[in-house]
Design a protein around this ligand. Structure first.
Ligand SMILES: NC(=O)c1ccc[n+]([C@@H]2O[C@H](COP(=O)([O-])OP(=O)(O)OC[C@H]3O[C@@H](n4cnc5c(N)ncnc54)[C@H](O)[C@@H]3O)[C@@H](O)[C@H]2O)c1
Length: 375
């Protein structure tokens, strides 16, 4: 398989879809890897590292799309890239089609095969190519929160773990999924006093089993939230209801019950936020204050740590990329239902129901395109 790795051109995107280590694995298996000049530099990987791993460097993005049978990317193609995607080309990346109609129509027009990271799904649920970015955002949430608790940055002036003879910071985490769990590990590691609220009893039983003694769990409901927020120093929003907007667990009126300098980090901002007063911010301008409460609501937290994010993402995508390269997309999708779930658009036809429904466009069952490979 001839594989192409373009440099990401979306503003502020420094990740790259393949590391030198991943390149070596593909080349070792007999595949050709073309990487665009300096595509890895933003993540700390030079051209030389790719060359030693067996890749070939192509100077322009046009040549990458021209040569490759499979494109592996990080972000969805943006407008200048639409025309580069070729008929029958396999594009493996985050697409998030349902929130972007022009992209959906452009990819339909290209007659390519679009396999979306975000819908690759394990049997019984679980989105393996979203987990790494949630892990990064969760760990960062505790790190950022602890930083903003410092007085000069607008916080209460409390050290996460305190020192002997003082109380540690109280950290409240709304949602104990991937983000919440990783945030809890980091906060607990700094010796903070951590409480995770969730609605799932099985999840809380699991968290109670694995977390250290400075982490406890409580049922998530308005009564408990109102009781806990006046004494919380840092509140991290990490709720997800699949396919829906995040519920506003913290309403605007609750801010007046918080102490001055309380820090709110709403990681769920990309789904609307679980704090009513949350609105998306950027790494350049990450915070704002309402009623003396500091809000951090960066919608693309992993973007600030491209080295970690690139390695974490490619650790998860590489096994799928290898399978696609070895078998071709049809055989790979027939033999691996996780990959079949990732197929969104095939040669002009939408094969993922939620995308078709989002724009009232016709839906075609994916099996139609796989039948020659089905036994
Ligand atoms: N800002 C960023 O850069 C960034 C990066 C990655 C993920 N995210 C977002 O973070 C959010 C969390 O993602 P995740 O991977 O942890 O999801 P997850 O599905 O692993 O966890 C969500 C948790 O929320 C719990 N929950 C549902 N309703 C609740 C309620 N009313 N009260 C308390 N808990 C409730 C669920 O039981 C589950 O444990 C998502 O919105 C995701 O898109 C943001």
């Amino acid at each position: 398989m001839v594989i192409g790795i373009p440099k990401e051109i979306k503003v502020q995107e420094n990740r790259v879809a393949l590391t030198p280590a991943g390149t070596q694995e593909l080349v070792k298996r007999g595949h050709t890897v073309y990487i665009q000049d300096n595509a890895g530099v933003g993540s700390g990987f030079s051209n030389d590292l790719y060359l030693s791993a067996g890749a070939e460097i192509l100077p322009t993005i046009e040549e990458i799309y021209e040569e490759a049978k499979m494109i592996i990317k990080v972000k969805e193609p943006i407008e200048p890239e639409y025309k580069l995607v070729r008929e029958n080309q396999l594009v493996f990346t985050y697409f998030h089609f349902a929130s972007h109609e022009p992209l959906t129509r452009a990819m339909m027009k290209s007659n390519s095969i679009c396999l979306a990271y975000e819908t690759v799904e394990k049997r019984g649920g679980g989105l393996p190519l979203l987990i790494p970015m949630s892990e990064v955002a969760g760990r960062m949430a505790a790190q950022k929160g602890s930083n903003y608790l410092e007085k000069p940055l607008g916080g209460k002036g409390i050290l996460m773990g305190g020192v002997p003879g003082t109380l540690p910071a109280k950290v409240l985490i709304l949602g104990g999924g991937v983000v919440g769990t990783q945030a809890a590990w980091m906060a607990a590691g700094l010796s903070a006093d951590v409480t995770i609220l969730d609605v799932s009893l099985p999840r809380m039983r699991y968290l109670s089993d694995v977390m250290p003694a400075n982490v406890r769990t409580r049922m998530s409901n308005e009564f408990n939230i109102r009781e806990l927020i006046p004494s919380a120093d840092l509140i991290i929003g990490a709720v997800l209801i699949p396919g829906a907007k995040a519920p506003h667990l913290i309403s605007k009126d609750m801010l007046k019950d918080m102490e001055k300098g309380t820090v709110l980090v709403d990681v769920a901002v990309d789904q609307g936020g679980c704090i009513e007063t949350c609105k998306p911010t950027t790494h350049e301008n990450p915070t704002y204050t309402i009623d003396d409460v500091l809000h951090y609501c960066v919608a693309n937290m992993p973007g600030a740590v491209p080295y970690t994010s690139t390695v974490a993402l490619t650790n998860a995508t590489l096994p799928y990329a290898i399978e696609l390269a070895e078998k071709g997309w049809q055989k790979a999708a027939v033999e691996n239902e996780e990959l079949a779930a990732g197929l969104n658009i095939i040669k002009g036809e939408i094969v993922y129901k939620a995308v078709a429904e989002a724009f009232d466009l016709p839906y075609f069952p994916v099996e139609k395109h796989l039948k020659e490979h089905l036994v």
